[in-house]
Design a protein around this ligand. Structure first.
Ligand code: CA
Length: 218
């Protein structure tokens, strides 16, 4: 198991590294967030032990960045406090586990072993058509590599159209998929949303209207 320890308290980093090496793990240490990201960009780590309170780049930002990488490592976050709020936001950012300081090195080893056995988080595949890319997990859309800021309904409609894989989707189907049951059941709202979506996606036109049938991305 290849492990990166990102921890600015050098004594603690050294204690952790020594212990993990004794367990037969290959361990690198980075003293701040920026150094951690640089190392993770060149080495495929199985697990990153990530202190949350880091200089240069905060642990939360490091976590977000690592999760976005092509082959994300599993992440165990170290937090100063074991507060529930800390734990939840850490996991929201994509950390696989967290450990509150102070912890025993044995506990850390046990958590790392558990992460090693756990299959990597399944990230749903990106949806792509022409130069548009939609990431369902991170709710992020780009066109020609440029991020596009979509509203919730716009995002939902685009996702359904991309998943349809060139097939025509009717307004009623879009309503059912994207709006909840209490929504105004008029297809005008779909038309308005498609209009907004087209405007934000810009030229060349991506979404085609199939008169009397619905919409598609050919
Ligand atoms: Ca720290």
């Amino acid at each position: 198991m290849r492990v990166l320890v990102v921890e600015d308290e050098s004594d603690l980093a050294e204690v952790i590294a020594r212990r993990l090496r004794r367990e037969g793990m290959a361990v690198d240490v980075a003293p701040d967030g920026r150094a951690g990201l640089l190392k993770a960009a060149v080495v495929d780590y199985d697990v990153v032990v990530l202190d949350r309170d880091l200089p240069e780049v905060h642990g939360d930002a490091v976590c977000t960045e690592l999760v976005r990488s092509e082959r994300p490592p599993r992440i165990l976050m170290l937090t100063a406090s074991g507060e529930v709020g800390d734990r939840i936001s850490g996991l929201d950012l994509g950390a696989d586990d967290y450990l509150a300081k102070p912890f025993s090195p044995g506990e850390l080893v046990a958590r790392l072993r558990a992460l090693e056995r756990r299959p990597a988080l399944a990230h749903p595949p990106l949806l792509r058509r022409h130069d548009v890319e939609l990431d369902p997990a991170r709710r992020h859309v780009t066109r020609g590599g440029h991020p596009i800021d979509l509203g919730r309904k716009e995002f939902g409609v685009l996702e359904v159209l991309l998943r349809a894989d060139r097939a025509v989707v009717s307004s009623e189907e879009l309503l059912r998929a994207v709006w909840d049951e209490n929504a105004d059941p008029f297809t005008a709202v779909v038309r308005m949303t498609i209009m907004g979506l087209r405007r934000k996606l810009g030229p060349p036109a991506l979404i085609e209207t199939v008169t009397g049938v619905g919409y598609r991305i050919p």
